[in-house]
Ligand binder design. Structure first.
Ligand code: ADX
Length: 197
């Protein structure tokens, strides 16, 4: 950081943007196994909030990995860098007053704590999409579980790479017990409680 002189303090602040947008910026960070339903809920949440007049942005693991993170793979080191960048990008959007909806596997407590430390405790809302692995594997929307079982992917989360259940998420949505509509209702009201001015 030598010879770097950030000018954040000279710029308009987060509150100026939030007043303009009539909403509070925050980060809804969805964690869960691949094919657990994170992306489906994020798509619907963005639509539901947009219809109510809120400005949102969805950061989806696959989207980000297709662009800014296309130099990263799935080693522990790369997953950490993936999360660090997603958290830093989330912070930029959030400071612009935007509601950031993330769907990122973020498989370990260490990675989620890293994201939380970058974004800040009050703004980091961890939502655990709890879907048993048998159901994720049955769905296998991208055919990746099948590939991992055949040994074609060597570090696939839930099969041959770890997924740690979050110890204290702000919200847990069980997709086996509840319908998408029921979970959406819970998720929308949870988010509204964080973003209304
Ligand atoms: S994370 O582990 O680094 O947080 P991220 O959410 O960005 O994961 O990317 C996960 C997505 O990448 C999955 O939805 C899946 O489509 C794809 N993917 C490809 N290889 C793997 C792998 N080895 N483990 C997990 N996901 C993978």
């Amino acid at each position: 950081m030598n010879d770097i002189f950030p000018i954040f303090h000279k710029l308009l602040g987060r509150t100026d943007k939030e007043v303009l947008l009539k909403q509070k910026g925050t980060v809804i960070w969805m964690t869960g196994l691949p094919a657990s339903g994170k992306t489906t809920l994020a798509i619907d949440l963005e639509k539901a909030l947009h219809e109510r007049g809120f400005l949102c942005y969805v950061l989806d693991g696959d989207n980000v990995r297709a662009g800014i993170n296309n130099d990263l793979h799935f080693s522990e080191k790369d997953r950490k860098e993936n999360i660090r960048r997603i958290a830093e990008i989330s912070k930029l959007f959030m400071q612009c007053g935007i509601i950031v909806i993330n769907c990122v596997v973020s498989p370990t407590e260490e990675l989620r704590h890293l994201a939380q430390s970058i974004i800040g405790g009050d703004d980091f809302n961890l939502v655990y999409i709890n879907t048993p692995i048998e159901i994720c594997e049955q769905r296998d929307s991208k055919g990746l579980y099948a590939k991992a079982r055949k040994g074609e992917i060597k570090d696939f989360t839930g099969v041959n790479a770890p997924f740690e259940v979050p110890a204290s998420p702000a919200l847990e949505l069980k997709t086996k017990e509840h319908t998408i509509e029921e979970n959406m209702k819970t998720l929308v009201s949870f988010t509204l409680s964080k973003i209304k001015v």
